[in-house]
Design a protein around this ligand. Structure first.
Ligand code: FE2
Length: 294
């Protein structure tokens, strides 16, 4: 993989980490399992997530009840849904006032690769990055991959951003271009798989492609991409349990706790030796799985 760790990252010093978004959160080791969900549409009334504060509050309750300790609110920044950092901050404050104990909300956005977005992100990367640091969620079109995509990404990376491609397994175009994903990862981009994809919520093709990414060591994050309580709920626990059964707890933790936490804190991922252990045969998965279980 290309060494892009030399890219500057925003530091605690030059950015305000307001609202105690991260401080005071003990480590997973201290408090047991605490999932970090880097992708959710939970801000009310700004995109295709919840319409009201009440609905958003119910989603927060659901997330916390199922083990999430940090939730990145990542509204779309797309031609269909304008993204406004100031508005997002206001809504985050309103949600924090309603958040259940132990759930910390963090600002992010679901960045679509448009000319306007790129220009704005080059001017002010922290407006779009997770927690104002350096990791950027990026959603690609299902219709085409523009020939200048790599060039645009390099400009964003030169501005200090690290790119996480969201749910490639749900993109029918990318499902036919595994080679592209391999190349992008080798060039220093990262992949986020949707928790529900691992469970079959988005169909067999998305599930199979998710597993292919995992087994190739090309999936770095698992996130909910929550939009509601019913179809795309803010839950990581079921996917985590599935991952533990298939690959063991250590690998599962990296996808839903360790790597996402690095993204929130603006740290590089340590990918030395990052590769899933071989899957157990089916009969062992269903008769107790690995010894290291939750
Ligand atoms: Fe999203």
């Amino acid at each position: 993989m290309k060494d892009n760790l030399s890219h500057p990252c925003f530091t605690w010093d030059n950015l305000s980490v307001s609202h105690g978004a991260v401080s005071g959160v003990s480590s997973p080791g201290q408090r047991g399992l605490e999932f970090v969900d880097i992708h959710s549409h939970i801000l009310p009334g700004v995109d295709d997530g919840p319409a009201t504060l009440e609905q958003a509050a119910a989603m927060m309750e659901c997330a916390r009840r199922h083990g999430t300790a940090m939730l990145v609110a990542s509204p779309h920044a797309s031609p269909a849904f304008a993204y406004d950092r100031a508005r997002a901050e206001q809504l985050l404050d309103a949600l924090r006032a309603r958040a259940p104990s132990g759930l910390h909300l963090i600002r992010g956005c679901d960045f679509h690769l448009t000319f306007t977005n790129v220009e704005q992100a080059l001017r002010s990367p922290a407006d779009f990055a997770i927690n104002g640091r350096c990791w950027l969620l990026m959603e690609l079109s299902e219709l085409t991959v523009f020939s200048n995509t790599g060039a645009l990404w390099r400009r964003l990376e030169d501005a200090g951003l690290r790119i996480i491609l969201t749910h490639p397994e749900r993109n029918s175009l990318l499902r036919q271009r595994f080679d592209l994903i391999e190349r992008w990862v080798s060039e220093g981009r990262y992949m986020q798989v949707t928790a529900g994809s691992l469970l079959g919520d988005f169909g067999g093709a998305a599930r199979r492609f998710s597993i292919r990414l995992l087994e190739a060591g090309l999936a770095h994050f698992v996130a909910s991409d929550a939009h509601d309580l019913r179809h795309r709920p803010p839950r990581l626990d079921l996917a985590f349990q599935w991952l533990v059964r298939q690959y063991g707890e250590a690998y599962a933790r990296r996808l839903v706790i360790d790597h996402p936490r690095c993204a929130v804190e603006g740290l590089p991922l340590d990918l030395e030796g990052f590769r899933p252990p071989p899957r157990l045969p089916w009969w062992r998965r269903w008769t107790g799985g690995r010894r290291e279980t939750i």
